[in-house]
Design a protein around this ligand. Structure first.
Ligand code: IMP
Length: 430
């Protein structure tokens, strides 16, 4: 049940990540008092363009590029402290004074997690998701093993050393003995470096759950910024080709300590076509001329790794699941301008799995591997009229409006925000 009177909104990815969440978050962030990340780590990559300046962020919420909001990194996020300090420097170099609070309970990515991530990917072979190599799976695994190190521990040298001894030897043994790979990371170096990171991060460390509770009860506005997308959710996504956190909106409660009961708006960001960086079957993937065109025009290269993204037609089986699982109240449809000048556009409405029409994401890997897209072909549109964002939704080409209406009808959720260019102002609100 959504709380109509609250001031809490959420933005989540409704596909494979890289839907344009950074831009949509930024669009609302200027108004928010708090912008909050609740899961994932610096595997995420958010591109925000404001006043023709481009910002590439991985860990700090996109709202930081504005003066007003306080950025919060919640306890459900995993933090590489070196990456966080580098990102703080990057922001300061751009002339921004970051207002940042980091949860004392967030887990810390250690150098041995990064080494483990690489060793793990080669062990997983065909079943590897094509990780970003940032140590995400091992740090979340250590959290669940209750073997992890939290940000607060970096401020307590004795506890840190005690925990580090256990965590270090555990991962070292797995890498060397179970996975038969080299391990060349020195314990003393980690001890020294991480205590130093802790000192530098001290001014940012808080009990952010209490901060957010107080903010909510005093009527402040809070925006939760999701990373990745629903198909990368470790429970609801295409497992094991997922990330290792819950990307769905439901994780906000545990990932920040803010009750789900208080949320009133959940925006799912859907790109008008599909892209995916990393490995997995991908039923509506396309190759050849159309794929190259989409990749180049849409700038479909990973923000974090620079890898070329695989591209495809919009998959509504995936978006249908995103609407249901996240409880979306609306959709923000992005990058419609990238589709300009296609005579025809295909949209995947269901999968053909062994002759059966399937409209929901299968849990079975066998079935997902066999899934063939069932397409509906819609008419495209030409170049959009100049400065179309200064007009309203009704001024858009009829075929584009039909494309939008078709999506709404198939997935049962309204498209309220239409993005027709990378800049903040290139947006139409319905
Ligand atoms: P990991 O999160 O680095 O473990 O990577 C697991 C899978 O999630 C891989 O397929 C990555 O390419 C994908 N992934 C992780 N973060 C992002 C993101 O921010 N955008 C898109 N894909 C991501």
């Amino acid at each position: 049940m959504l709380n109509q009177s609250s001031n809490i909104s959420v933005i989540v990815g409704a596909q494979w990540g890289d839907e344009g969440k950074g831009k949509i978050t930024d669009f609302f962030a200027g108004e928010a008092d708090y912008v909050v990340r609740f899961h994932g780590g610096n595997n995420a990559g958010h591109t925000v363009i404001v006043n023709e300046k481009t910002y590439k962020l991985h860990l700090i919420p996109s709202g930081v590029v504005y003066g007003k909001p306080t950025s919060i990194i919640g306890n459900g996020v995993v933090i590489d402290p070196k990456a966080l300090l580098d990102e703080l420097d990057y922001i300061k170099e751009k002339g921004i004074k970051p207002k940042l609070m980091v949860s004392d309970r967030a887990h810390v990515i250690m150098p041995y997690h990064i080494a483990f991530d690489k060793a793990l990917s080669s062990h997983q072979g065909q079943l590897a998701a094509g990780s970003t190599g940032r140590g995400i799976a091992p740090v979340y695994a250590d959290k669940m093993f209750r073997n992890g190190i939290r940000i607060i521990d970096l401020l307590e040298p004795n506890v840190f050393e005690e925990k580090l001894k256990k965590g270090y030897s555990f991962t070292k043994n797995i890498i060397q003995k179970a996975l038969n790979q080299d391990f060349n990371i020195a314990f003393d170096q980690i001890l020294h470096d991480y205590l130093n990171y802790g000192k530098k991060l001290t001014p940012y460390i808080y009990d952010t759950s209490i901060e957010l509770y107080n903010a909510h009860t005093t009527g402040k506005s809070i925006l939760f910024e999701g990373a990745q997308g629903i198909s990368l959710d470790v429970d609801h996504g295409v497992y094991p080709f997922t990330t290792s956190s819950n990307t769905a909106s439901g994780h906000i409660s545990t990932g920040t300590g803010v009750s789900f009961r208080n949320i009133n708006r959940i925006i799912g960001v859907v790109k008008a076509y599909l892209s995916r960086v990393g490995e997995s079957p991908l039923p509506s993937e396309i190759h050849g001329e159309n794929a190259d065109f989409l990749r180049e025009k849409g700038g479909e290269y990973g923000t974090t790794t620079g890898r070329p993204r695989r591209v495809g037609w919009l998959d509504l089986v995936q978006v249908r699941q995103a609407v249901r699982v996240n409880g979306l109240t609306e959709i923000a449809l992005t990058k419609l301008d990238v589709l300009n000048n296609f005579k025809q556009l295909k949209v995947c409405i269901a999968y053909d799995i062994n002759g059966e029409k399937v409209k929901e994401m299968p849990a079975s890997l066998t079935q997902y591997r066999q899934a063939k897209p069932i397409y509906k072909t819609l008419s495209g549109w030409e170049d959009l009229p100049e400065k179309i964002w200064e007009k309203d939704f009704e001024s858009l080409p009829d075929t584009l409006k039909k494309y939008v209406a078709f999506i709404e009808n198939e997935v049962g959720c309204s498209v309220k925000i239409v993005s027709v260019g990378p800049q903040r102002h290139e947006t139409i609100i319905r």
